[in-house]
Design a protein around this ligand. Structure first.
Ligand SMILES: *Cc1c(COP(=O)(O)O)cnc(C)c1O
Length: 507
């Protein structure tokens, strides 16, 4: 008798896994590694030596490998299925870009090598800056920021430096629309500004009357996401930028949604003073796990002197070098170590090279087409709050469904899991009741979009016929409905420190 009771469970698919501590058995290990020589520890000062061995679980190799591979099967990823999270641009990341980023010449380069030994990487960064400026319609860019949010902060720190350089100390406010991403007001307050929120109008754009009333000698900048997090292009962008400049303020564009407008709209040409890209959204790099990313900031004439240092410069003989410390005293300084998230920037470069100008424009057209195609299929089953052509994403709402059946957006999202789809972003933007923010991106096949629409339509039917079925979903996932508040406040993260006594030092 083995002492183990048989349990029924599928051989494949997502099954919850025991923790490594639960699998651990004293003395179990991969014993093929040669022991270190007897005097291996002799050179380490006594006070640096551990009294006890590290408290690590003890496993053999197949257990360890299966643990992590099985855990990975619990994850949804764009490599395993459709990922329609609005405001995130979860598009397919070409494997070609992964190959490029892993080339040893890029991946293994030490960040402190002299410029002469890093010419290839420096050239790539320099060219990438030129292309981003071309797309943005701007003068120059910094590639340093580690993500969009840090790009925003970098941009606003440059705005602050600009006003200070003119002796204009009265500007203490940043204006954001009420549809803005949470990072915009967060950036404003991190840079020491007060956030002033202006409402959206009935068409989902900025209320120009409210904006004009909010603008004044205290305004440092407007931060505008365009297209917005409602998936809508700002129709009055020219009037908005003009009003901002007339008040002596600067116009910052959150470019997280550039995927919709590549080659169609150049923020610099429209008068914006700065914008950031989220290259991990627009130009590939898997980002579901939270990073790393890259948030280059492109600027026009006014902010040029304040760009972070070091920039990559091209010498007259065609070689490249980094700016030297102190070379440009007006700079706001460094915002990140070395030159930025180089691997992410290599992916962006590869993406841009592979697509070319017309390819990028095509990608944006396809993203807009996919969003509008999907949106039209939901008509009648869900509310579509803004009767306009959308850009890369659209907001639907389950407000009517909720009134008629009691089924909420959260229930719809959970039920989608049973249909094999990752739910879209929900309850954001905050200004739409029972919001579903859906971004299909340009990379999905028409059949995938049809399948997703069919699932949403089926769920709306289920809500009318058997609301409890939807309210108690998911029925097929290894974890059912969690208490959201408890899950967020008291996450059940299992970790138990082993004592050294449980783990004798290997001889
Ligand atoms: C994603 C996003 C951000 C933040 O970008 P990160 O790269 O995640 O830091 C800011 N604004 C908008 C509109 C976004 O969608």
């Amino acid at each position: 008798m083995s002492g183990t009771e048989a349990v029924l469970r599928p051989a494949v698919g997502a099954v919850l896994q025991p923790t490594l501590d639960e699998l651990s058995r004293p003395g179990r290990r991969v014993d093929r590694l040669p022991h270190p020589p007897a005097d291996a520890l002799a050179g380490i000062p006594a006070e640096q030596l551990r009294a006890l061995p590290p408290a690590l679980p003890e496993l053999d190799e197949p257990q360890a490998v299966r643990h992590f591979v099985n855990l990975s099967h619990l994850n949804h990823a764009v490599d395993t299925g459709f990922y329609p999270l609005g405001s995130c641009t979860m598009k397919w990341n070409p494997k070609l870009d992964e190959w490029a980023a892993r080339l040893p010449g890029f991946a293994d380069l030490h960040p402190l090598v002299p410029d002469a030994l890093a010419q290839g990487t420096l050239q790539l960064l320099w060219e990438l800056e030129q292309w981003l400026c071309e797309i943005a319609g701007m003068r120059a860019a910094t590639l340093q920021p580690a993500a969009g949010a840090q790009g925003e902060l970098t941009g606003i720190l440059m705005v602050r430096a600009y006003h200070r350089s003119r002796g204009d100390a009265a500007r203490s406010e940043i204006i954001v629309p009420d549809s803005s991403h949470g990072t915009n007001p967060a950036t404003a307050s991190m840079a020491g500004y007060r956030t002033v929120t202006v409402p959206s109008n009935a068409r989902g754009g900025v209320d120009l009357v409210a904006l004009r009333a909010a603008l004044g000698p205290r305004t440092a900048a407007l931060m505008l996401t365009n297209p917005s997090t409602l998936g809508l292009f700002e129709e009055q962008v020219a009037e908005i930028v003009e009003a901002v400049h007339a008040a002596g303020a600067l116009a910052y564009m959150d470019g997280a949604n550039m995927n919709a407008i590549l080659g169609k709209f150049r923020p610099g040409a429209a008068g914006f003073d700065a914008m950031h890209f989220n290259t991990h959204k627009t130009f590939s790099t898997p980002h579901g796990g939270g990073g790393p990313g890259a948030g280059p900031v492109a600027v026009g004439e006014r902010l040029l002197p304040f760009l972070p240092t070091p920039r990559v410069l091209r010498e007259s003989d065609g070689t490249f070098r980094l700016e030297r410390p102190g070379e440009r005293p007006t700079s706001i300084g460094r915002v990140r170590s070395f030159v930025g998230s180089t691997g992410v920037l290599v992916r962006a470069y590869a993406y841009l090279r592979a697509h070319g100008g017309s390819g990028l424009e095509q990608a944006s057209e396809d993203a807009v087409l996919a969003a509008n195609y999907l949106r039209e299929q939901l008509r009648g089953a869900y509310d579509l709050p803004y009767e306009r052509i959308c850009k890369h994403e659209f907001v639907a709402s389950a407000a009517t469904l909720k009134r008629e059946t009691g089924v909420r957006t959260l229930d719809v999202a959970k039920r989608l899991i049973d249909y094999g789809h990752h739910p879209p972003t929900i309850y954001f933007p905050l200004i739409v009741e029972e919001a579903l923010l859906i971004e299909p991106t340009e990379t999905e096949a028409r059949e995938t979009l049809d399948d997703f629409a069919a699932a949403l339509l089926a769920i709306a039917r289920e809500a009318h016929e058997d609301p409890e079925l939807v309210r108690s979903a998911p029925h097929s996932a290894p974890v059912r409905r969690l208490d959201e508040a408890t899950a967020a406040r008291q996450p059940d993260l299992h970790w138990r420190p082993l004592t050294g006594a449980q783990m004798p030092c290997p001889d």
